[in-house]
Design a protein around this ligand. Structure first.
Ligand SMILES: Cc1ncc(COP(=O)(O)O)c(C=O)c1O
Length: 420
């Protein structure tokens, strides 16, 4: 697979791609077969420097849940941050206190959501959540994680990602990828862990669904099983909602979709509609074990981040975004299933709410589908991430996408994928 991409008829985009290769280490980006060069974003559309218009089926990797340039969001965002310094590290910011209060209030369906630690990225949020549990139980070195999760690349978040770990204290347990095993299989694994490490397990961390692995959404009993086991053994249950928070699964939070009440919930991405913000929200007795400075860093809970969180919460409430997302999710699912009927190279469609994985028969087909979607017609297309886990296209449009826009996207895909 060539890493150096240029597109016919895109002189400006090609020049930017070339300069990017000169100045920016390629390790900074994830690979996509299109390397879309963006010049503008409005609503649910991205515009390239060469004038192509694409419906964004990624929300900027599940970040812009309200879409781009949302008028009310932008207005409120400006109002919240008015006059404040961009960053308020080492000061007390009333806006940060207000954002924390509103965020906790939005999580009232989980009585364990009591206090917050802010972070500047999802992996930092995961790291902070894990620090609190490890510090709370210094005599417990073992960390349990569900296999094939993605929690980030840095530090402890990287240690609990995937299926092997450089950290000798990490133990992986099975996450259902299909329905071949009954509940008793997963229960036996948990019981065996508790027996092997009595009083030694500091935490269990999982994701609501395996996004990066290729969109695997577990049966509803699964997370309840994990939570019950954690409750029985007094082990903090950490729910990584970095990508699922703020409406993605058809509820404001995925812990509501899966009927659990985690001890610590980690939020990121859609939380601030594009501003870098993440947070750990959970039990006060866990969060408060970190002393002054132990969970601090320069940019966590910045003014911009907190203004964006408050503005997003206001818009979600006023515009009933979650209800809308639930309805749009049905149309999205129906459209994807219709494509699967049409094109035999689609081997599975998995998902819930407004997040789906479309599995293709192989990696090459998936790459070609991303490319053909991009150049569906001369000037219009649909933007996807590079395929996940090789052959799965992740679909996560902004929650504000309209019925007409969804229909337009499917019409483009129907046309584009004839060429595959
Ligand atoms: C579920 C999940 N957890 C953690 C992360 C890491 O977040 P960040 O890239 O902001 O560090 C991601 C990022 O994709 C994610 O999807």
């Amino acid at each position: 697979m060539s890493r150096y991409i240029s597109h016919d008829g895109e002189p400006q985009g090609n020049a930017v791609r070339k300069a990017m290769r000169q100045y920016i280490g390629r390790g900074q980006s994830t690979y996509t077969p299109t390397q879309l060069v963006v010049s503008k974003a409005r609503g649910r559309y991205l515009y390239t420097v060469d004038g192509r218009r694409l419906l964004d089926f990624t929300s900027g990797v599940l970040v812009h849940n309200l879409g781009y340039g949302h008028q009310k969001f932008e207005k409120y965002y400006k109002q919240y941050k008015k006059g404040l310094p961009r960053n308020a590290y080492n000061m007390v910011s009333p806006l940060q206190v207000e954002a924390s209060r509103l965020l906790i209030k939005s999580m009232r369906t989980n009585p364990r959501a009591q206090q917050i630690l802010w972070a500047a990225s999802g992996s930092e949020g995961i790291q902070k959540a894990m620090w609190t549990a490890l510090k709370r139980y210094p005599e417990r070195p073992i960390m349990v994680a569900t296999r094939f999760g993605f929690h980030g690349k840095k530090g402890l978040a990287g240690d609990v990602t995937g299926d092997t770990s450089p950290n000798p204290n990490v133990r992986f347990i099975s996450f259902p990828l299909d329905d071949s095993q009954p509940l008793s299989f997963y229960q036996a694994e948990l019981d065996s862990l508790a027996k092997t490490y009595p009083g030694k397990i500091a935490l269990l961390i999982t994701e609501p669904y395996l996004g990066a692995r290729g969109s695997y959404h577990p049966p509803h009993w699964y997370h309840r099983l994990l939570q019950d086991w954690c409750n029985t053994h007094d082990i903090p249950f950490i729910f990584d909602e970095v990508q699922s928070c703020f409406g993605r699964t058809g509820n404001m939070y995925a812990y509501e979709s899966y009927c659990v009440q985690p001890d610590l919930v980690v939020l990121g991405k859609g939380l601030a509609n594009g501003e870098p913000a993440a947070a750990v929200v959970g039990r006060e007795d866990l969060i408060s074990v970190l002393e002054y400075g132990e969970g601090s860093d320069t940019y966590s809970g910045s003014t911009n981040a907190c203004a964006a969180v408050c503005a997003a919460l206001d818009v979600f409430k006023e515009e009933k975004i979650v209800n809308k997302a639930r309805k749009s999710g049905k149309r999205l699912a129906a459209g994807l299933l219709a494509l699967a009927d049409m094109f035999p190279f689609i081997t599975a469609v998995r998902g819930e709410g407004m997040v789906y994985g479309v599995e293709m028969r192989n990696d090459a087909t998936a790459n070609q589908c991303v490319l053909e979607a991009y150049r569906a017609t001369n000037n219009n297309g649909v933007h996807f991430l590079g395929p996940l886990a090789g052959n799965v296209l992740r679909v996560g449009p902004p929650l504000t996408i309209t019925d007409n826009e969804l229909d337009a996207a499917f019409a483009l895909l129907e046309k584009a994928w004839q060429r595959v």
